[in-house]
Design a protein around this ligand. Sequence first.
Ligand code: ZN
Length: 236
Amino acid sequence: MEETFNIQAIILNRHAFRENDSRVLAYSLEHGKMFLVARGTGSIKSKMAGHIEPFCLSDLMIVRGRRYNYIGGAKSTNCFFGLKSDLEKLEVAGRSFAILNKIIKEHEVDHALFFLINDFLETLSNINKNIDFNLFLHAFILKLVCRLGYSPELYSCVVCRKDINPNGNYFDFKKGGLVCKKCDKNKSLTICEDSIKLLRFIIKQDFKNISKLHINKKVSSETIKSIIVFYNYNFK
Ligand SMILES: [Zn+2]
């Protein structure tokens, strides 16, 4: 007897598989990241194909198989059309998915992460063109690494534990956060007060509020740089 179950999933990726099928990578609310097989999607008659496109949120009916879990039925509930009509947004979403594919393990359930990804796509899909897309992508990366348990310490010095004063601080990615002027011995990245505030804001706020920010180039690049070194140190 076949066993079936239903999931709500964000389609991260889809590739041709065997002669007429596809292999789908999805992030589901119920089971985390999953590899699934969809039969017959290579055929032009496939009704399912449009519901399992990358960047879609879909309700899927899964049939448990001996080797694979198969998609028995699919209905998309949000296709984030604002993303698909904009190459710049699509690139941001694509880069965020590449990171998810790389660092998220299969079958680790995390409801908050599911809603984080969904909120990111929803906001990206709806915002106007006038935002710093690179900063927005790195805001996602920072929120993702925090969700996975790697929150940088941004309020007290990671060496002497004293409160961080506004000026003269460093970001020591190896020690996991800010270091005050007195304690910096690793020649860490310098970080200005506005970048510290921005990092804190990104961690606390939702994507909608983050998308409303207008940040000058210097602060934006310094913030992005700290997120990149922190991410690379913990995940590369
Ligand atoms: Zn210190």
